[in-house]
Design a binder for this molecule. Structure first.
Ligand SMILES: Cc1ncc(COP(=O)(O)O)c(C=O)c1O
Length: 346
């Protein structure tokens, strides 16, 4: 299959414009010098919808379906500090729709960060008590029934916004990244992405391979162990190949999913993650988050410390956003700064 054929296959899927693209791909000069690498960052945190992140790209394809179905309200779910709830609500408002979100109650329930923004944008917020925010579907489906009974036409978007359709957004992002790398003459030695549900990872893997980029793609898991991640990879790969009319048996090239940076559980701000946050902030003035981008960067740094990447090798780090979470993690971040010798008078 040729490059234009994937672009053509993608163009056959309706998309709502929610953000301006491309997002910047920039070199990190100070960190590159410090680590003796050639380090690049793809600023997916800068998508211009309600504090940015990966979700708008996914929602561009899902909301196109919602609009085609004449939905009146987008309905989704997530953790208390869900980025996805923030951005689904913002997308709904941008399209003149309502939003309802089911959130799992956890220790981050302060009126702060993502949760504050969700209330500010007027979402109908329902909290449920559950241990597992990845398993909220039955609660959301019940809410959809309730909304239907009240005369609404709900459109349900699953946790994290990941479906084969929404993955098209990250196929588009992967093609965009390939264009930028080509334009700047950069041949990466590896691309590091987050692995939550695996939507970003799988879609970028597919699109980079389509464009002939054969470097390892490294997915850093933020919640699930390897077996579950591999299951997800198969699911999204099959779904995407079907939507884009690709042969699903096509070679995937070098790729890895890493589950050793999760810590105790999803959202655990590990030492490595907080150190990665500090380093990026102090050296480059770029803010990462303790749930997603900080973990991915901690994985990259751990590989570097282990001697995997040496002199001048070129790495691309996908910053998928999530930055508002730093306000919910202020205690952990403060403790960590003090532990590392910073004096804080606040
Ligand atoms: C900031 C951020 N990065 C990454 C992810 C994970 O993306 P995926 O589920 O496509 O692996 C999420 C999902 O919630 C997110 O909010």
């Amino acid at each position: 299959m040729t490059e234009s054929s994937i672009a053509q296959a993608l163009a056959r899927h309706p998309r709502q414009d929610l953000i301006r693209t491309p997002t910047p791909l920039v070199r990190l000069p100070h960190l590159s010098e410090r680590l003796n690498l050639d380090l690049f960052i793809k600023r997916e945190d800068l998508t211009d919808l309600a504090l940015g992140g990966d979700k708008p790209r996914k929602l561009e394809y899902e909301t196109a379906k919602a609009v085609a179905e004449d939905a009146t309200i987008l309905v989704t779910c997530g953790s208390t500090q869900s980025n996805h709830a923030r951005l689904t609500t913002a997308a709904a408002r941008k399209l003149g729709l309502k939003s309802a979100v089911v959130l799992s109650r956890d220790r981050f329930q302060a009126f702060q960060a993502n949760l504050l923004t969700v209330y500010l944008m007027g979402a109908d917020v329902r909290f449920v008590d559950t241990e597992d925010h990845w398993d909220l579907e039955r609660h959301v489906l019940a809410l959809c029934d309730e909304l239907r009974a009240g005369g609404e036409r709900p459109y349900y978007i699953p946790v994290s916004g990941t479906t084969p359709t929404s993955c098209l957004g990250y196929v588009r992002a992967g093609l965009e990244l390939a264009d930028q790398l080509e334009a700047d003459g950069i041949q990466p030695d590896a691309v590091y992405t987050p692995f939550g549900t695996g939507g970003i990872f799988t879609s970028m893997l597919l699109s980079l391979r389509e464009r002939g980029l054969d470097c390892p793609v490294v997915g850093v898991s933020v919640n699930a162990r390897l077996e579950k991640c591999r299951e997800n990879l198969e699911k999204w790969w099959a779904g995407l190949c079907e939507l884009l009319e690709r042969d699903r048996a096509r070679p995937r090239g070098a790729h890895e999913i890493r589950d050793e940076f999760i810590g105790r559980e999803y959202g655990d701000a590990t030492e490595g993650c907080l150190d990665a946050l500090m380093l990026m902030a102090e050296i480059e003035g770029i803010l990462l988050d303790p749930v997603y981008s900080g973990k991915v960067f901690s994985g990259l740094l751990a590989d570097h410390a282990a001697g995997r990447w040496v002199s001048g090798q070129r790495l691309v780090f996908i910053h998928s956003g999530g930055t508002p979470a730093i306000f919910a993690y202020h205690d952990e971040i403060k403790r960590h700064l003090v532990k590392r010798g910073r004096t804080i008078d606040a």
